[in-house]
Design a binder for this molecule. Structure first.
Ligand SMILES: Cc1cc2nc3c(=O)[nH]c(=O)nc-3n(C[C@H](O)[C@H](O)[C@H](O)COP(=O)(O)OP(=O)(O)OC[C@H]3O[C@@H](n4cnc5c(N)ncnc54)[C@H](O)[C@@H]3O)c2cc1C
Length: 375
C-alpha cells in the first residue's frame, strides 16, 4: 500500500486534516484501531433509540463562523445550549455557581479566600470564591476527578470554569454557535470523511509494515506510545460509565448533566440524561430514558484515555517527547493525544485546519517518501 498522506486516527483532528487535504486533491488514507469513525466524539444508539455519547457528553460550541460553517457542512445541527446543575446539600444548584447562591450563603460583599498569584489549583479556585463555596462545589468534585489533593494540580485547570456575576444558567452564553448534530455525532463524523479511504480496526503501531510508504505521516494517537514509552508513560484520567434504562419514566433530571460534587453522594462525578441532548423531534417519540453515571479512574489502556493529567511531572515528560516528535522528518504528531492537551471540539477543528493549511502551503504532494516502517 502506498499513499501520499497517511493519517493515523479517525477522530476530529485526523478527519479534519484528511478532509482538508482531500479537498485540495491530495491522496489520503486514514487508519484507526477502533471499530468506528469519529474518535472520542463518537456516539451510539441505545436499544430504545436514545443516543449516548460513547466517551462522555459532547456539547459543540464556537464563536468562529468559519469553524461553524465547516462543522455544519456535513450534517445539520439542532440548537443546544447546555445548562448544568450541581447537587449541593440535597438541592440542584446552577453550575457554574450563580451569584445569588453565593450572596444567599455568604452575604453581600463576599470576598474570595485567596489573594495573590495562585501557585496551584486549590489557590486558583480560592482566588475566585469563598472557602465555603469552594468546599461545596469544587473541592471533592476535583478530588474525585483527579484522585489527588487539589494543591498538587496546576492552577491553569481553573480556567475551565468561572463564578457568575449573575444567575445566567447557560454554560457558555457568549458562544455564538451551539448545537449537536441532529442525527448524532457518529453520522456527522462519517459524513466528514465521505469519499476518503478509511481502514478501521487497524493499529498503525502494530501493522505499520503493511503500509509500504507514505510521504507524510500524521499521527493523532498518544505521543508516548508512538515512541514506545521509552521516556516513561504519560498519565491520563478516564471514566467508567454505567448506563441505566428506565423504560417507564420519560425524564428524570431537569437538564442533561447533574454534577455530584460530594464524596457523600458516591464516587461518581456526574449523572447524564441523554434524552436532553437529542433533537426534541426525535427524543419526544422515544419511550423511557437512559441515565449514565461517570466514575473517574486512571486507565492503562490508551483507548480509555480521556483527560491529560494536569501536573508538572507530566508536563515535563510531554515536553521531552514533543522535542523528539518535532525533530522527525515528514511526521506530524498532533491532536489531543499527540499534544497531550485537552482541546474542545471547535479548538481541535481550528487547529487541524491550520495544520492542514500549513502542509498544503509547504508542499505540492511531498516528493520524498517518509519511511514509516521504522519505529
Ligand atoms: C469526557 C470528555 C468530554 C468532552 N466534552 C466535550 C464537549 O462537551 N465539547 C467539546 O467541544 N469537546 C469536548 N471534549 C473534547 C473532544 O472529545 C476532543 O476535542 C476530540 O476528541 C479531539 O479529537 P482528536 O482527533 O484530537 O482525538 P481522538 O478523538 O482521541 O482521536 C484519536 C484517534 O486516534 C486513534 N488512534 C490512536 N492510536 C492509534 C494507532 N496506533 N493506530 C490507529 N489509530 C490510533 C484512536 O483510536 C482515536 O480514534 C470532551 C472530551 C472528553 C474526554
Amino acid at each position: 500500500m502506498k499513499v501520499d498522506y497517511l493519517i493515523v486516527g479517525a477522530g476530529l483532528t485526523g478527519s479534519v486534516i484528511a478532509r482538508s487535504l482531500a479537498d485540495a486533491g491530495r491522496d489520503v488514507l486514514i487508519v484507526d484501531r477502533r471499530a468506528h469513525f469519529g474518535g472520542n466524539v463518537h456516539d451510539h444508539a441505545h436499544e430504545s433509540g436514545i443516543r449516548i455519547h460513547t466517551y462522555g457528553p459532547h456539547y459543540f460550541r464556537t464563536s468562529s463562523d468559519r469553524i461553524w460553517a465547516f462543522a455544519t457542512r456535513f450534517a445539520p445541527f439542532f440548537r443546544y445550549e447546555a445548562s448544568l446543575k450541581s447537587l449541593v446539600d440535597g438541592e440542584l444548584e446552577n453550575w457554574p455557581i450563580a451569584a445569588s447562591y453565593i450572596r444567599r450563603r455568604i452575604g453581600e460583599g463576599w470576598k474570595p479566600e485567596f489573594i495573590g498569584r495562585p501557585g496551584n489549583f486549590e489557590e486558583a479556585a480560592l482566588s475566585l470564591m469563598p472557602r465555603a463555596i469552594y468546599e461545596k462545589f469544587i473541592k471533592e468534585y476535583n478530588e474525585k476527578q483527579w484522585g489527588v489533593p487539589n494543591a498538587t494540580l496546576a492552577a491553569s485547570l481553573c480556567t475551565r470554569f468561572d463564578v457568575r456575576l449573575d444567575d445566567e444558567p447557560r454554560l457558555k452564553p457568549d458562544c455564538k454557535h451551539q448545537g449537536i448534530p441532529a442525527l448524532g455525532y457518529a453520522h456527522w463524523m462519517q459524513k466528514m470523511v465521505e469519499g476518503i479511504p478509511v481502514l478501521l480496526n487497524f493499529d498503525f503501531l502494530k501493522r505499520r509494515k503493511e503500509i509500504k510508504s507514505a510521504r507524510m505521516l500524521i499521527f493523532t494517537g498518544p505521543i508516548d506510545e508512538f515512541f514506545g514509552y521509552d521516556l516513561g508513560k504519560l498519565v491520563y484520567r478516564g471514566q467508567r460509565r454505567q448506563h441505566t434504562y428506565l423504560p417507564d419514566t420519560q425524564i428524570v433530571q431537569p437538564c442533561g448533566q447533574v454534577n455530584n460534587p460530594s464524596h457523600l453522594g458516591g464516587p461518581h462525578i456526574r449523572t447524564l440524561e441523554w434524552k436532553h441532548m437529542m433533537d426534541p423531534q426525535y427524543a419526544g417519540r422515544i419511550r423511557g430514558t437512559v441515565l449514565t453515571t461517570e466514575v473517574p479512574y486512571s486507565p492503562e489502556n490508551p483507548a480509555d484515555y480521556e483527560y491529560p493529567f494536569p501536573d508538572e511531572k507530566n508536563a515535563t515528560l510531554y515536553k521531552a517527547y514533543r522535542q523528539r516528535a518535532d525533530g522527525l522528518r515528514r511526521t506530524l504528531v498532533c491532536g489531543r493525544l499527540g499534544e497531550y492537551r485537552y482541546y474542545d471540539m471547535d479548538q481541535a477543528i481550528g487547529r487541524a485546519m491550520m495544520l492542514a493549511e500549513k502542509m498544503l502551503d509547504r508542499t505540492k504532494p511531498p516528493d520524498e517518501p517518509n519511511d514509516i516502517r521504522r519505529p
